[in-house]
Design a protein around this ligand. Structure first.
Ligand code: CTP
Length: 403
């Protein structure tokens, strides 16, 4: 179930050209099963209409005319008290100033002043306005009060100038919203490291030995851990995916780089979702191998087994740098026997056994069918589910083991 499912989000929209992007955000939130109530300022209405938002949320959108209507009191007081989060995206320099100084002169700012729920803003303004000392001071005030801030990004501004002031893209604001909602989850205060993607073992400066891993399951695990409030470190090989908002990312390529990155870390849990190589070229050619020199014979050697290495560092379990260790077993035959053997030999708390011969599970696709085997001998068969759902299940077990 999505972290947004059933959540009540107030989306404040202020007068910036980025207001059109707020419609996309409202749509994303609604599709993720959140209940979205949109509040537009008068200036926002110059850029977009309430109808735009009503059309994507299926709910009435509110404007300043509602501030003076019969329901005014209910609106601004109860909204800010019953909502799970007030998001203001885009948030202009003017609205930031009002929030910082407690000015309540429209439905949105009245609601913000009365709100007891967390507030997240995504600033959007033109060249120079964000850097202005007044805005910077307002920003510091808001941050010191615990207001969450997404962006702004640098780049092309509506005026044609380049600079800091662009609203971060709706998908990124969505990530910040997830992070804000997950803050007090089951993994709050815990650190989780997830490895993802297929490693690349260099043959020469242009060629590598790699595998079909897309990184999807690892990225979904990082997101699921963030949704439960964990501090997440994602150690990833190059993939086509965008890391989830809030994860700290370490980019690696080879097994050795992944192992080195892990040896510098410790965490409550390590989830090794990466498809790490077992073999690598014994010698990496310094120069590009040329066709004219004939077909090369590439001698392979064993790559280090990351899980085996980290599980044997520190003799006692309490000394382990990762309290809970989870592995994946990618198998094309004898799934449970092979996975069970890896569970023991790699010193894991549990392993997710994956039949990679199935078309709808494993590498590249969005779904997975896995069986979880636990160190205590129990097992759990998960049906064919999305990689996000599989990630949520795995994270549930990690949280349980860390209780
Ligand atoms: N793994 C690892 N280091 C490696 C290779 C794999 O830590 N060099 C981890 C994987 O991330 C996974 C688990 O070990 O969590 C099992 O990986 P898998 O490829 O299924 O098994 P291997 O141990 O590599 O054995 P084999 O390839 O022979 O099945």
């Amino acid at each position: 179930m999505s972290i947004l499912s059933g959540k009540h989000i107030l989306l404040g929209v202020t007068g910036s050209i980025a207001a059109y992007k707020a419609a996309d955000l409202a749509s994303k939130l609604t599709q993720a099963s959140a209940k979205v109530d949109v509040l537009l300022t008068g200036a926002a209405e110059k850029f977009v209409t309430p109808l735009t938002f009503q059309s994507v949320t299926g709910r009435r959108a509110y404007t300043d005319s509602d501030l003076w209507g019969n329901e005014a009191h209910v609106l601004h007081v109860s909204f800010g008290k019953t909502a799970d989060l007030l998001v203001i995206a885009p948030c202009t320099a003017d609205t930031m100033a009002k929030l910082a100084h407690g000015i309540a002169d429209n439905l949105l700012t009245v609601t913000a002043l009365a709100a007891t729920c967390p507030i997240l803003i995504a600033p959007a303004m033109d060249g120079g306005m964000f850097d202005h000392p007044a805005t910077q001071e307002n920003l510091s005030t808001l941050l010191s009060r615990g207001v969450l801030v997404a962006g702004p990004a640098s780049g092309h501004l509506a005026s044609g100038l380049l600079g800091k002031g662009r609203m971060v893209e709706p998908a990124e604001v969505f990530g910040y919203i997830r992070k804000a909602l997950g803050k007090n989850g089951k993994l709050a205060g815990k650190k989780v490291i997830v490895t993802a993607g297929g490693t690349q073992e260099a043959i020469d400066p242009v060629r590598v030995i790699s595998n079909h891993s897309s990184g999807k399951q690892g990225y979904a695990l990082a997101q699921a851990a963030l949704d439960e409030g964990a501090e997440v470190c994602l150690i990833t090989t190059p993939t086509a995916l965008t890391p989830p908002v809030g994860a700290s990312v370490i980019n690696v390529k080879s097994v050795q780089e992944m192992l080195d990155a892990l040896m510098n870390e410790s965490a409550d849990a390590l989830i090794m979702a990466a498809a790490a190589a077992d073999f690598r070229p014994k010698i990496v050619a310094k120069e590009k191998m040329k066709k004219r020199d004939g077909i090369p014979q590439i001698e392979l050697e064993a790559a280090p087994d990351i899980l085996r290495t980290v599980s044997t560092v520190g003799a006692a379990r309490s000394e382990r740098r990762f309290k809970v260790m989870v592995g994946f077993a990618a198998e094309s035959q004898s799934l449970l026997e092979n996975a069970g053997e890896k569970l023991k030999s790699k010193g894991l708390d549990f392993i997710a056994a994956n039949d990679i011969s199935a078309k709808d599970a494993g590498f590249g696709v969005d779904t997975n069918r896995i069986t979880l085997l636990f160190a205590n001998g129990t097992k759990e068969n998960l049906p064919l589910i999305s990689k996000s759902e599989a990630a949520e299940k795995i994270i549930e077990h990690v949280a349980r083991l860390l209780e």
